[in-house]
Design a protein around this ligand. Structure first.
Ligand SMILES: [Zn+2]
Length: 140
């Protein structure tokens, strides 16, 4: 079979088109996955104090989360039936922080997250908000 220039051109065009199609499909997949994992949660705040956690500063469990890690900025309490401990989260309004589900709380049920703050005053200032939460990586 004689391979003409136009035949080569057609083959190249075909592979370029399928390459573009693959890229478009993967981009759609990523977008879809992101949409699926983003939901509006009720967000409240807490700190390590006795009022919030009912642990005395002298207790060896003071400031220690349900996962055993020390509570730090980025620590979030979740309903572990909905979000597994260790899951990383992105929270609307905090673009620089990747949060981590490390804690639980009796009042944290369903689509509710509790953000840890270093002081009770900051926790009070945060109050209660409705925020978009994205699950970044689940520890499945
Ligand atoms: Zn507190």
């Amino acid at each position: 079979m004689k391979i003409s220039k136009s035949n080569v051109f057609k083959r190249v065009r075909k592979s370029v088109l399928s390459f573009i199609l693959v890229i478009i499909i993967s981009l759609l997949n990523v977008l879809f996955a992101r949409m699926l994992h983003a939901e509006v949660f009720t967000a409240t705040a807490y700190c390590s104090c006795k009022k919030c956690c009912d642990k005395d500063p002298s207790s060896k469990w003071y400031g220690i989360t349900a996962s055993g890690r020390k509570a730090v900025w980025g620590t979030v309490a979740v309903d572990r039936r909905l979000i597994k401990l260790g899951t990383r989260l992105r929270i609307e309004g905090f673009p620089k922080t990747t949060f981590r589900a490390d804690d639980v709380g009796g009042a944290i049920k369903g689509k509710h997250i509790d953000l840890w703050f270093p002081s009770h005053r900051e926790a009070l200032e945060f109050g209660r908000q409705k925020l978009v939460v994205k699950l970044v990586r689940s520890r499945l």
